[in-house]
Design a binder for this molecule. Sequence first.
Ligand SMILES: Nc1ncnc2c1ncn2[C@@H]1O[C@H](COP(=O)(O)OP(=O)(O)O)[C@@H](O)[C@H]1O
Ligand SMILES: [Mg+2]
Length: 170
Amino acid sequence: MLDIIEIIKPAEQGKNMPYLCRGENGDLYYVKGIKTTRKGQICEWICANLAKEFGLPMAPFSLVNIPNNIYSESSSGKVELGTGTAFATQNIKFANWYQPAYADKVSRKLKEDLLAFDWWIQNMDRMKDNPNLLWVNNKLELTVIDHDSAFGFEFFPTIFTQEHIFFRCS
Ligand SMILES: Nc1ncnc2c1ncn2[C@@H]1O[C@H](COP(=O)(O)OP(=O)(O)O)[C@@H](O)[C@H]1O
Ligand SMILES: [Mg+2]
Protein backbone atom coordinates (compact mmCIF):
# COMPACT_ATOMS: atom_id res chain seq x y z
CA MET A 1 0.00 0.00 0.00
CA LEU A 2 1.24 3.44 -0.93
CA ASP A 3 2.51 5.57 1.99
CA ILE A 4 1.53 9.21 2.27
CA ILE A 5 4.65 11.30 2.86
CA GLU A 6 3.27 14.87 2.93
CA ILE A 7 -0.01 16.47 3.99
CA ILE A 8 -0.37 19.61 1.90
CA LYS A 9 -3.75 21.29 2.50
CA PRO A 10 -7.45 20.59 3.01
CA ALA A 11 -9.83 20.57 0.04
CA GLU A 12 -11.58 23.88 -0.51
CA GLN A 13 -15.00 22.20 -0.43
CA GLY A 14 -16.51 19.17 1.21
CA LYS A 15 -18.00 18.16 4.52
CA ASN A 16 -15.46 15.42 5.23
CA MET A 17 -12.38 17.57 4.64
CA PRO A 18 -10.28 15.43 2.33
CA TYR A 19 -6.67 16.60 2.25
CA LEU A 20 -4.41 17.05 -0.72
CA CYS A 21 -1.42 14.81 0.07
CA ARG A 22 1.70 13.53 -1.61
CA GLY A 23 2.33 9.82 -1.95
CA GLU A 24 5.75 8.19 -1.73
CA ASN A 25 5.63 7.87 -5.54
CA GLY A 26 5.55 11.70 -5.80
CA ASP A 27 1.93 11.86 -7.06
CA LEU A 28 -0.76 14.02 -5.47
CA TYR A 29 -3.91 12.52 -3.98
CA TYR A 30 -7.06 13.69 -2.24
CA VAL A 31 -7.19 11.52 0.88
CA LYS A 32 -10.33 10.81 2.92
CA GLY A 33 -9.48 9.71 6.44
CA ILE A 34 -11.28 9.15 9.73
CA LYS A 35 -13.56 12.17 9.39
CA THR A 36 -15.21 10.31 6.50
CA THR A 37 -15.90 7.47 9.01
CA ARG A 38 -14.95 3.85 8.42
CA LYS A 39 -18.36 3.17 6.87
CA GLY A 40 -17.90 6.13 4.51
CA GLN A 41 -14.45 4.93 3.48
CA ILE A 42 -15.81 1.43 2.79
CA CYS A 43 -18.62 2.95 0.68
CA GLU A 44 -15.97 4.91 -1.24
CA TRP A 45 -13.91 1.78 -1.91
CA ILE A 46 -16.82 -0.43 -2.96
CA CYS A 47 -18.45 2.24 -5.14
CA ALA A 48 -15.20 3.29 -6.79
CA ASN A 49 -14.65 -0.34 -7.82
CA LEU A 50 -18.26 -0.68 -9.00
CA ALA A 51 -18.06 2.62 -10.93
CA LYS A 52 -14.89 1.49 -12.66
CA GLU A 53 -16.42 -1.86 -13.63
CA PHE A 54 -19.57 -0.04 -14.74
CA GLY A 55 -17.42 1.94 -17.18
CA LEU A 56 -17.80 5.32 -15.50
CA PRO A 57 -14.92 7.82 -15.58
CA MET A 58 -14.10 7.33 -11.90
CA ALA A 59 -11.07 9.24 -10.63
CA PRO A 60 -8.13 6.79 -10.35
CA PHE A 61 -8.25 5.55 -6.75
CA SER A 62 -6.36 3.46 -4.23
CA LEU A 63 -6.04 2.70 -0.58
CA VAL A 64 -3.16 4.54 1.07
CA ASN A 65 -1.37 4.34 4.41
CA ILE A 66 -0.98 7.40 6.61
CA PRO A 67 2.07 6.60 8.76
CA ASN A 68 2.06 7.45 12.50
CA ASN A 69 5.19 9.55 12.24
CA ILE A 70 3.76 11.91 9.62
CA TYR A 71 2.45 14.22 12.36
CA SER A 72 5.79 14.59 14.13
CA GLU A 73 6.63 17.72 12.12
CA SER A 74 3.16 19.14 11.53
CA SER A 75 -0.19 18.33 13.09
CA SER A 76 -2.12 19.59 10.04
CA GLY A 77 -4.89 17.16 9.14
CA LYS A 78 -4.42 14.91 12.18
CA VAL A 79 -8.03 15.14 13.34
CA GLU A 80 -9.54 14.65 9.89
CA LEU A 81 -7.14 12.07 8.46
CA GLY A 82 -5.89 10.08 11.43
CA THR A 83 -3.43 7.28 10.73
CA GLY A 84 -3.52 3.94 8.96
CA THR A 85 -5.54 2.99 5.90
CA ALA A 86 -7.45 5.72 4.06
CA PHE A 87 -9.19 6.14 0.71
CA ALA A 88 -7.51 8.26 -1.95
CA THR A 89 -8.20 9.52 -5.44
CA GLN A 90 -5.51 10.89 -7.67
CA ASN A 91 -5.56 14.67 -7.96
CA ILE A 92 -7.28 15.65 -11.21
CA LYS A 93 -5.21 18.53 -12.52
CA PHE A 94 -6.94 21.74 -13.64
CA ALA A 95 -10.35 20.42 -12.57
CA ASN A 96 -13.28 22.66 -11.71
CA TRP A 97 -16.68 21.72 -10.42
CA TYR A 98 -19.03 20.41 -13.09
CA GLN A 99 -21.89 22.82 -13.77
CA PRO A 100 -25.27 22.20 -15.44
CA ALA A 101 -24.19 24.61 -18.22
CA TYR A 102 -21.80 21.89 -19.49
CA ALA A 103 -24.61 19.36 -19.93
CA ASP A 104 -24.57 19.46 -23.73
CA LYS A 105 -20.84 18.61 -23.69
CA VAL A 106 -21.47 15.30 -21.91
CA SER A 107 -22.79 12.31 -23.84
CA ARG A 108 -26.36 11.19 -23.21
CA LYS A 109 -25.08 7.68 -22.46
CA LEU A 110 -22.77 8.90 -19.70
CA LYS A 111 -25.54 10.99 -18.13
CA GLU A 112 -27.93 8.03 -18.19
CA ASP A 113 -25.27 5.66 -16.87
CA LEU A 114 -24.51 7.98 -13.95
CA LEU A 115 -28.19 8.37 -13.14
CA ALA A 116 -28.69 4.59 -13.17
CA PHE A 117 -25.52 4.02 -11.15
CA ASP A 118 -26.52 6.51 -8.46
CA TRP A 119 -29.99 4.98 -8.23
CA TRP A 120 -28.40 1.53 -7.93
CA ILE A 121 -25.99 2.52 -5.13
CA GLN A 122 -28.64 4.81 -3.55
CA ASN A 123 -26.41 7.86 -3.75
CA MET A 124 -28.14 11.11 -2.81
CA ASP A 125 -24.89 13.04 -3.16
CA ARG A 126 -24.94 13.96 -6.87
CA MET A 127 -27.59 16.62 -6.79
CA LYS A 128 -27.87 19.83 -8.80
CA ASP A 129 -26.35 21.94 -6.04
CA ASN A 130 -23.54 19.47 -5.27
CA PRO A 131 -22.84 17.09 -8.17
CA ASN A 132 -19.52 15.64 -6.97
CA LEU A 133 -18.28 15.67 -10.53
CA LEU A 134 -15.07 17.32 -11.70
CA TRP A 135 -14.72 19.00 -15.07
CA VAL A 136 -11.56 19.67 -17.08
CA ASN A 137 -12.59 22.24 -19.61
CA ASN A 138 -9.78 21.98 -22.16
CA LYS A 139 -10.39 18.22 -22.46
CA LEU A 140 -14.20 18.40 -22.01
CA GLU A 141 -13.61 15.62 -19.49
CA LEU A 142 -15.84 14.65 -16.60
CA THR A 143 -14.53 12.74 -13.57
CA VAL A 144 -16.63 11.05 -10.90
CA ILE A 145 -15.81 11.34 -7.16
CA ASP A 146 -17.35 11.02 -3.69
CA HIS A 147 -19.44 7.99 -2.77
CA ASP A 148 -19.08 8.05 1.00
CA SER A 149 -22.81 8.42 1.60
CA ALA A 150 -23.99 5.73 -0.83
CA PHE A 151 -26.01 2.65 0.10
CA GLY A 152 -29.06 4.31 1.48
CA PHE A 153 -27.65 6.44 4.26
CA GLU A 154 -30.54 8.79 3.56
CA PHE A 155 -32.16 7.68 0.32
CA PHE A 156 -35.36 9.49 -0.62
CA PRO A 157 -36.49 8.39 -4.13
CA THR A 158 -38.70 11.45 -4.67
CA ILE A 159 -35.94 13.91 -3.85
CA PHE A 160 -33.49 11.82 -5.91
CA THR A 161 -35.65 12.10 -9.02
CA GLN A 162 -36.25 15.82 -8.49
CA GLU A 163 -32.70 16.81 -7.69
CA HIS A 164 -30.23 14.45 -9.38
CA ILE A 165 -27.90 16.40 -11.67
CA PHE A 166 -28.80 14.21 -14.68
CA PHE A 167 -32.46 13.52 -14.11
CA ARG A 168 -34.45 14.76 -17.13
CA CYS A 169 -31.26 16.01 -18.75
CA SER A 170 -31.16 15.10 -22.44
N1 LIG B 1 -9.40 13.50 -7.15
C1 LIG B 1 -9.64 14.79 -6.99
N2 LIG B 1 -9.09 15.72 -7.81
C2 LIG B 1 -9.32 17.04 -7.65
N3 LIG B 1 -10.09 17.56 -6.67
C3 LIG B 1 -10.66 16.68 -5.80
C4 LIG B 1 -10.49 15.27 -5.92
N4 LIG B 1 -11.17 14.66 -4.90
C5 LIG B 1 -11.75 15.65 -4.21
N5 LIG B 1 -11.44 16.87 -4.73
C6 LIG B 1 -11.86 18.18 -4.21
O1 LIG B 1 -12.20 18.03 -2.85
C7 LIG B 1 -13.59 18.34 -2.65
C8 LIG B 1 -14.18 17.43 -1.60
O2 LIG B 1 -14.06 16.06 -1.99
P1 LIG B 1 -15.27 15.05 -1.78
O3 LIG B 1 -14.80 13.67 -2.10
O4 LIG B 1 -16.47 15.54 -2.51
O5 LIG B 1 -15.48 15.15 -0.20
P2 LIG B 1 -16.78 15.30 0.73
O6 LIG B 1 -17.19 13.91 1.07
O7 LIG B 1 -16.25 16.05 1.89
O8 LIG B 1 -17.84 16.06 -0.05
C9 LIG B 1 -14.20 18.18 -4.03
O9 LIG B 1 -15.35 18.97 -4.16
C10 LIG B 1 -13.10 18.68 -4.93
O10 LIG B 1 -13.07 20.10 -4.95
MG1 LIG C 1 -18.40 15.94 -1.95
